[in-house]
Design a protein around this ligand. Structure first.
Ligand code: FES
Length: 182
């Protein structure tokens, strides 16, 4: 049985994540389908629980089900980058390309809600490098130093900086370059 059929007939993680959770929604004007995805995030910015509800076709249900399985344990940054490649979820199914995208849009919306909550909670006075996830310059420097990181991707995986809009990548690279100097 294909992954799509298996996840459609027996969808995993249906429902709502336990509180406190962050919820995202998406809808298609073209076909009327909609999806809701909720996530719970632990203190290391990792997805500790993901649940979905969807009203739509088999591909949408299977995509959302697969997505909730794949993001379990990922940092929100890694989950966001997965959501930016919806075609990797179920492969390309002709005329149904937008269905996996709907599931991914709901996830990105939930991560955005998490990011907004982190911003509201921010009370520090340190210089921020990543305003999407409120990661300060000092945190990035310490993370690079203690973990011996050499790439932006490694920094994103370690502390979430760079996992949203990407506009801080150049700044993170500059910090990495400074640490590379003899
Ligand atoms: S500012 Fe860092 S990802 Fe958006």
């Amino acid at each position: 049985m294909t992954d799509v059929l298996s996840h459609f007939l027996n969808p995993r993680n249906v429902g709502d994540a336990d509180e406190p959770s962050f919820t995202g929604r998406s809808a298609s004007l073209a076909c009327g389908a909609h999806a809701r995805l909720s996530i719970q995030i632990d203190e290391r910015h990792r997805v500790s629980q993901a649940r979905f509800r969807a009203a739509g076709c088999d591909v949408l249900v299977a995509s959302a089900s697969l997505l909730t399985e794949r993001i379990a344990g990922l940092t929100t940054a890694d989950a966001a980058s997965l959501a930016q490649e919806p075609e990797t979820l179920v492969g390309v199914i002709q005329h149904r390309e937008h269905c996996p995208g709907l599931a991914c849009d709901a996830l990105l919306d939930a991560i955005r809600e998490y990011s907004n909550a982190a911003r509201d909670d921010w009370s520090g006075d340190e210089a921020l490098i990543c305003t999407c996830f409120f990661v300060s310059e000092r945190t990035i420097e310490q993370t690079i130093q203690t973990q011996g990181l050499t790439t932006v991707r490694e920094v994103t995986s370690a502390c979430n900086a760079g996992g949203g809009c990407g506009s801080c990548h150049q700044l993170i690279q500059e910090i990495l370059d400074t640490h590379d100097l003899p």
